[in-house]
Design a protein around this ligand. Structure first.
Ligand code: ASP
Length: 340
C-alpha cells in the first residue's frame, strides 16, 4: 500500500513563484502543487495538501504552533507522516516548539522550506520538498517509520528539529545542528544515522499539549550591559529567562549582575543558561563566573540552542506551576533537546 503524507503549507519563500503579470514574487496556490512540481507524482506517496493562509515566518507565533499541533493530532491516524512547509527565518523555533508540544510522536513530522522560491529556476525548494516527502513516508525493514519525531530537512541533511538553528541568510545550506549529528544524509542514497534517531516507547499514546507561557525573554549579555537595563528586563513581568552567556556559560561576577539575578530567581523567575557560541556547551563548574550562577539557582541549558531553550521555557512554565517543579523539568531532556 502507498504511504500517505499530509503536506501542511504555512508560508515562506518556498511557496512563491513569479506572477506572470506583475513579475513580482507571490505565494502560489498549494492546491495546485502537482502543476508546480510535476515530479511529485513520480513519488510512490499519496499526498494531501493542507494550506494555511501563507505568512512570512517572521510572523510565526505560538498560535501557529498550536494550529500545527492540533492539525497533526486531528490527522494523526490517517497519515504515515507529515511535512510542514515553513519560512526559514523562524523554522527552528517552530520545529523546537512542536517537539515539546507533540508527545510520543511515532510518525515523522518533517519541517522544510527553501532559500529560493519554488518557482525560480535555480530553486532549492523542489529538492527539499521532494526529499522531505520521501523521508516522511520512509519505512524501515520492520515497516516502522525511519525517522519518527520532529525533524528538519534542508540541503541533503535531516536534523533533529530541536537541535537546529538558521546559520546562513545566503548559503543554500541554511541550517546547522552543531551539537547533534544529522539523522540522515542524502546523497545517491539516503543514509540513516540510526544510532541518533530516537523512538517513543512502543505503545506510548500520542497526544499534544498546547498551553504555552508567553511571558518569557531571551537576554543576551554583552560587555557594557548596564545594571538599570538588566534590572528592567528582569522586572517587566517576565516569568522565565533564557540567558545567553559567554563561552562555557560565563557571565559577569559583579554584585550588580549576580544580585539582580538572585532577586529575580527569589521572585520565582526561572533562568536557563545557554551559550552564545554556535557549538559546545554550558558547564557551570569550570570558572568562578559559572559557579556563581549555579549557586544562585541558574539552570544549565547544557548544549541546547536558544530556539529550543526559549520554546522549552514556554512549555515548561505552562506545564508546571511551582519554581521547584519547573526547575526539575528544565533540568531534564524532554525530547532530546540537549545531551548526547
Ligand atoms: N522571510 C522568509 C520566511 O521565513 C524567508 C524564507 O522563507 O526563507 O518566511
Amino acid at each position: 500500500m502507498k504511504s500517505s503524507v499530509l503536506l501542511i503549507y504555512t508560508g515562506g519563500t518556498i511557496g512563491m513563484h513569479t506572477d506572470p503579470e506583475s513579475g513580482a514574487l507571490v505565494p502560489f496556490d498549494f492546491n495546485h502543487i502537482y502543476e508546480e512540481i510535476p515530479s511529485l507524482r513520480r513519488l510512490d506517496v499519496e499526498i494531501e495538501v493542507l494550506p494555511f493562509d501563507p505568512i512570512d515566518s517572521s510572523n510565526a507565533s505560538p498560535e501557529l504552533w498550536v494550529r500545527l499541533a492540533e492539525n497533526i493530532r486531528d490527522n494523526y491516524e490517517r497519515f504515515d507522516g507529515f511535512v510542514v512547509l515553513h519560512g526559514t527565518d523562524t523554522m527552528s523555533y517552530s520545529a523546537s516548539a512542536l517537539s515539546f508540544m507533540l508527545h510520543n510522536v511515532a510518525k515523522p513530522v518533517v519541517f522544510t522550506g527553501s532559500q529560493l522560491p519554488i518557482g525560480v529556476l535555480r530553486t532549492d525548494g523542489r529538492e527539499n520538498l521532494i526529499t522531505a516527502v520521501e523521508l516522511a513516508a520512509a519505512k524501515d525493514s520492520k515497516g516502522r517509520p525511519e525517522v519518527p519525531g520532529v525533524s528538519l530537512y534542508f540541503q541533503n541533511r535531516l536534523f533533529r528539529g530541536n537541535r537546529t538553528t538558521k546559520q546562513s541568510a545566503e548559503e543554500m545550506s541554511a541550517f546547522a545542528s552543531n551539537n547533534y549529528p544529522p539523522l540522515a544524509e542524502v546523497g545517491v542514497s539516503i543514509q540513516y544515522n540510526r544510532a541518533y534517531i530516537a523512538r517513543p516507547k512502543s505503545g506510548a499514546p500520542f497526544g499534544i499539549r498546547t498551553e504555552l507561557e508567553r511571558e518569557v525573554a531571551i537576554i543576551k549579555i554583552f560587555p557594557g550591559l548596564t545594571e538599570s537595563l538588566f534590572r528592567a528586563m528582569l522586572s517587566s513581568g517576565v516569568k522565565g529567562v533564557v540567558l545567553e552567556t559567554y563561552g562555557a556559560g560565563n557571565a559577569p561576577t559583579g554584585e550588580w549582575f549576580i544580585g539582580a539575578l538572585r532577586e529575580a530567581i527569589k521572585r520565582g523567575i526561572s533562568v536557563v543558561n545557554v551559550t552564545q557560541c554556535s557549538n559546545g556547551e554550558v558547564n557551570m563548574d569550570i570558572y568562578e563566573t559559572g559557579v556563581a550562577l549555579q549557586k544562585i539557582g541558574v539552570i544549565s541549558g547544557r548544549d541546547m540552542t536558544t530556539e529550543a531553550a526559549v520554546t522549552k521555557m514556554m512549555y515548561v512554565l505552562a506545564a508546571e506551576s511551582t519554581p521547584a517543579r519547573r526547575a526539575k523539568m528544565l533540568k531534564r531532556s524532554i525530547c532530546g533537546e540537549f545531551g548526547k
